[in-house]
Design a protein around this ligand. Structure first.
Ligand SMILES: Nc1nc2c(ncn2[C@@H]2O[C@H](COP(=O)(O)OP(=O)(O)OP(=O)(O)O)[C@@H](O)[C@H]2O)c(=O)[nH]1
Ligand SMILES: [Mg+2]
Length: 467
């Protein structure tokens, strides 16, 4: 089939020079971003030698020659801690890389032999891959940009499920007494903001995902700064007397409402916008990592909470097919993968269901992506495999099982349970539930980390650039 002229021109331009790609690794706190990035760098560095990458044609055909780290473009940002991660994984006993506390970047240059030959094709070509890591807590600040203080307060009120409400009960009781038109009392605001932050920390510990503002959980350099002294007013409901947007916005600057709204705007403009502008605006490809099994483990309210958080989040990225012009001036994500992480927590016969469940969880954003004609691949993977699949024979019957070492150091052989293929109905939570232990990484003597389907993910995300 003939390609459109702009595609041909764009291919021609790309073939003559080295290619560059910015990959967004997106995932909430503990979804597996750092493990994925560590494994990605590791697999690419050992491609063609020790890494098992059969599903990546460039590696299978011996054309991928390896990867090296280059100096990153932004010298003010720390380098992604790949080496410390590998040291932890190779420790005795092996440890997982540390949870991420700040932003880091990595630029990787892949060397490969192009599959096609032609007068413009060099013998050896390069692909530069720009990667960056950040604490998952900060990611949920991106959807906050779509709000003003009024709509944000309403959105926060909407999703107070029963268990979640319980974790904020004292704060709620105090805040609901406040009069938005009353004069702001600095000491009271500071105390209530701290109580709100404590509620968010409790909710995080209890397995909830939809938690804003992100810096309340992990303030970084903003620890103790007044910009973090605000909170939503969940009582702002249009049906209530005196709480229409117009009435509230006409209140004087020293009123409670105007003070909180000003701090919200400041947080938006001075904290979230620069984070978005510097790191999230220009991506070519994306992988959304979701700890589906963790949410399944945590019960129905948290599961719904995760689904809502992801729905909001996906609105923060630019998707669409790239034309020659947008490729040069306004990059968009033109292909993405969604992945259920930690697939090594369940037996391989459950991986199909895991993908179906992931698709159900992301049904709404997937519909939008289909509409925008952006190709999406759903898969389950383990960036760093921590278990071995086994079979046990019990009373003459064979059944699948997993062997691994728990985080506490106990060697176990377990069947962690069946994964439902759809969003679980009430009976699932009542009868069966789901329970699995966390596993330690496996000790390894190979340079390359063992994984499940990292090669499929890499192929989908960058394989077309290695032809
Ligand atoms: N079994 C298994 N566990 C994994 C895998 N990837 C991540 N984990 C577990 O999930 C935890 C969190 O993974 P990270 O990669 O640190 O998650 P993150 O998304 O970077 O989290 P933040 O930095 O807190 O935002 C790890 O400490 C492991 O316990 C995997 O492939 N297999
Ligand atoms: Mg991390």
């Amino acid at each position: 089939m003939r390609q459109p002229l702009s595609r041909e021109l764009s291919n021609l331009l790309e073939r003559g020079r080295d290619r560059q790609l910015r990959l967004a690794v997106t995932g909430l706190s503990q979804a597996g971003k750092t493990a994925f990035l560590t494994s990605l760098v590791n697999q690419l560095r050992h491609a063609g030698v020790e890494a098992r990458l059969d599903l990546l044609p460039a590696a299978r055909e011996g054309r991928l020659l390896g990867a090296q780290r280059l100096n990153q473009p932004d010298m003010g940002v720390p380098r992604f801690p790949y080496d410390p991660g590998m040291v932890a994984l190779r420790d005795t006993p092996p440890r997982w890389p540390e949870p991420t506390r700040g932003i880091s970047e990595l630029r990787l240059q892949l060397r490969y032999r192009p599959a096609r030959s032609g007068w413009l094709t060099p013998e050896i070509a390069h692909l530069t891959l720009d990667l960056f890591d950040y604490p998952g807590e900060w990611l949920l600040d991106l959807p906050l940009l779509q709000h003003d203080f009024y709509s944000w307060s309403q959105a926060q009120a909407l999703h107070e499920g029963e268990q979640r409400r319980g974790l904020f009960s004292e704060w709620l009781a105090a805040v609901e007494q406040l009069d938005p038109a009353g004069e702001a009392d600095e000491a009271q605001l500071a105390a209530l903001a701290e109580e709100y932050a404590q509620g968010l920390r409790r909710a995080k510990k209890a397995g909830f995902s939809d938690l804003q503002p992100g810096r309340f959980l992990l303030p970084g350099e903003l620890e103790g700064a007044p910009v973090l002294q605000f909170f939503p007013l969940p009582q702002l409901d249009a049906s209530q007397h005196n709480t229409s947007r117009e009435t509230l916005e006409a209140l004087p600057a020293n009123s409670l409402y105007a003070t909180l709204a000003a701090r919200f705007r400041y947080y938006q403009q001075q904290v979230v916008k620069p984070f978005y502008r510097d790191h999230f605006r220009r991506f070519d490809r994306q992988i959304v990592l979701v700890d589906v099994l963790g949410a399944l483990n945590a019960g129905p309210e948290r599961f719904e909470d995760l689904s809502r958080a992801l729905r909001q989040l996906m609105h923060s990225f630019d998707y669409g097919q790239r034309s020659l012009l947008t490729r040069l001036f306004a990059p968009k994500i033109d292909r993405l993968a969604i992945a259920a992480t930690k697939a090594d927590h369940v037996t391989p016969d459950q991986h199909g269901h895991l993908v179906q469940l992931l698709e159900a969880l992301l049904a709404e954003p997937l519909k939008d992506l289909r509409f925008a004609n952006v190709p999406v691949k759903a898969l389950s993977l383990a960036a760093i495999r921590a278990t071995e699949a086994r079979e046990v024979v019990h009373e003459g019957k064979r059944s699948p099982a997993l062997r691994g070492t728990t985080l506490e150091g106990e060697e176990v052989l377990v069947y962690p349970g069946d994964v439902p293929a759809r969003l679980p109905a009430a009976e699932f939570w009542q009868q069966q539930g789901f329970d699995f232990p966390g596993f330690r990484p496996m000790p390894t003597s190979s340079e390359a980390l063992d994984h499940i389907r990292m090669d499929a993910a890499i192929d989908w995300l960058i394989g077309d650039k290695l032809t």
